[in-house]
Design a protein around this ligand. Structure first.
Ligand SMILES: [Zn+2]
Ligand SMILES: [Zn+2]
Length: 437
């Protein structure tokens, strides 16, 4: 069946040819970006309904625009104090903590009360236990595997120390590696130790100066106090998601319908009715949890966005404009580079990963402009990071600088040698993922 298209083939604004990625995706002008910033259900993250998705997409653009303006006006400003959104989340967190304390008190009362028989007390305890599960504090755990000790990698630790000094933050307590195409920083465990996690696949794909930028971005979060900020508001941030997970995750109504059907096939009248009531109640709690999470995230996201941009500003200052842009470009192409490595893995050995990745980066480079523009369509208010395009545009709008930290090749070679076992682990992950595609 021929599809009817009302889209022009040339840009109405500048007459440049339009990009058409695939059917169903609204085309746009790569030259003047006409029609680029439109909500595209095929590309935007799915948020339950189109209405919510579209709102989140537009709101994300607004938040980015406002944050850009604010940061460009004063890029050197230190992290702002507590925002209004954060105050709300802290108040909500305190309320949740109080509810938890009340549930504990109620449980204690049930234990000592001498009125109702034990069976009744047990039933009366259930709601309080459920409430406690939803509001209990969580401190996270320092990963048990992957920690890289200073004696095993003195040069890597030295580099992290230098980046921390340049970023103006204490040195992270633990440096970890894992096998994700990612990196992160957090405060974990009872002692809230700062943990830097570097995904080795991403590390291997990054050009060397871009690795400094990656480290500086992550340590920039520490310098700006972001993990502590998140920690303070965690009960509020986690509450909705916990309710959703506890009641079975996505698609609650479909699940309720499904189990009602299977109950109806086998059970008697009362059992079916009871089962349907329980399932209906679970679905309601699920929807309420998902809505609460959406609302909480809507309040939290402007701050999270600002935190990402601020960490990018630290990366620019420490590693320089060029290194930051290189790291952003590598992130944009990371999945494709990894796919390339995957194809070649059986013919390689682990020592060649970096050079083959560099080769892949070069020959995939022509795809960058489009991938970069497309990243705007795949990001909305609730995305954990602004789009790569937005992040790059902020840094490009500032004067280009060379960065404070330069690491010579002999030091890089030493760091590479220290990470040899991790390179092998990444290589094995690559071979292991061969059957996943
Ligand atoms: Zn145009
Ligand atoms: Zn970040």
């Amino acid at each position: 069946m021929p599809t009817k298209t009302t889209m022009p083939s040339r840009c109405p604004a500048c007459a440049h040819g339009l990009v058409e990625v695939e059917a169903g995706i609204a085309s746009w002008c790569p030259a003047c970006r006409w029609n680029l910033d439109v909500y595209d259900p095929a590309l935007a993250p799915w948020r339950g309904t189109r209405l919510v998705g579209r709102w989140g997409f537009r709101r994300g653009l607004e938040v980015d625009r406002a944050t850009h303006e604010e940061l460009l006006a004063d890029p050197a400003a230190s992290a702002a104090g507590t925002s209004r959104g954060e105050v709300w989340l802290m108040v909500f967190s305190v309320v949740l903590a109080l509810i938890g304390v009340a549930a504990l008190g109620y449980l204690a009362w049930l234990v000592v009360a001498d009125g109702p028989p034990p069976g009744v007390r047990l039933v009366l305890a259930i709601p309080a236990v459920l409430v406690l599960l939803l509001v209990k504090p969580s401190f996270g755990r320092v990963p048990r595997y992957g920690a890289i000790a200073e004696r095993d990698a003195p040069q890597l630790h030295r580099l992290v120390r230098e980046v921390a000094a340049a970023a103006g933050t204490p040195v992270p307590d633990v440096i970890c590696a894992d096998l994700n195409i990612n990196a992160g920083v957090a405060r974990l465990g009872w002692r809230q130790r700062s943990v830097l996690v570097v995904g080795m696949p991403l590390w291997l794909m990054l050009p060397r100066p871009a690795r400094v930028s990656l480290l500086a971005h992550e340590l920039g979060h520490l310098a700006n106090g972001d993990p502590l900020r998140v920690r303070r508001t965690l009960p509020a941030r986690a509450f909705g998601a916990r309710a959703v997970a506890a009641t079975g995750g996505r698609n609650p109504w479909r699940r309720a319908l499904h189990s009602a059907n299977s109950l109806a096939e086998q059970g008697s009248g009362t059992v079916v009715l009871l089962g349907m009531l329980v399932q209906g109640a679970l679905a309601l709690v699920n929807v309420a949890g998902a809505t609460a999470q959406l609302l909480v995230d809507s309040v939290a996201m402007p701050d999270s966005r600002r935190a990402e941009y601020r960490a990018d500003l630290v990366a620019r200052r420490v590693a320089g404009t060029g290194a930051f842009l290189q790291s952003a470009e590598t992130v944009l192409l990371a999945d494709r580079i990894w796919q390339d490595l995957w194809h070649q893995a059986p013919r390689l050995d682990s020592e060649q990963l970096e050079s083959i990745a560099a080769e892949a980066r070069r020959h995939l480079a022509p795809q960058l402009p489009l991938a970069r523009q497309l990243s705007r369509r795949t990001t909305d208010l609730w995305s954990t990071h602004p789009s790569e395009d937005q992040r790059m545009r902020l840094i490009e709008a500032l004067p280009g600088i060379g960065g404070m930290l330069h690491v010579d090749d002999s030091r890089w070679a030493a760091i590479d040698a220290e990470l040899a076992s991790w390179r092998r682990a990444a290589y094995h992950a690559l071979l292991g993922t061969r059957d996943r595609f």
